[in-house]
Design a protein around this ligand. Structure first.
Ligand code: SF4
Length: 68
């Protein structure tokens, strides 16, 4: 199972919670960007921690959105 995160740049408030949780997956400049891969649990943890619900998570196998 592989989860792909996507940033909704119009929703991202650039507070950096995702980068703190998963620095190998997210980086921050004006808004957050996806810069790497990580285990599904870590990607979900970061997505659930985002105060702006700006991280959309896609299940790569099914193509379905699993969060939010
Ligand atoms: S936690 Fe959410 S709002 Fe904060 S930088 Fe990451 S994507 Fe943007």
């Amino acid at each position: 199972m592989k989860y792909l995160p996507r940033i909704d740049e119009s929703a991202c408030a650039a507070h950096g919670d995702c980068v703190e949780i998963a620095p190998a997956v997210f980086a921050l400049n004006d808004v957050a960007h996806v810069v790497g891969e990580g285990p599904p649990e870590l990607i979900m943890e970061a997505a659930e921690a985002c105060p702006s619900v700006a991280i959309v998570v896609i299940d790569e196998d099914s193509g379905e959105q699993v969060y939010p």
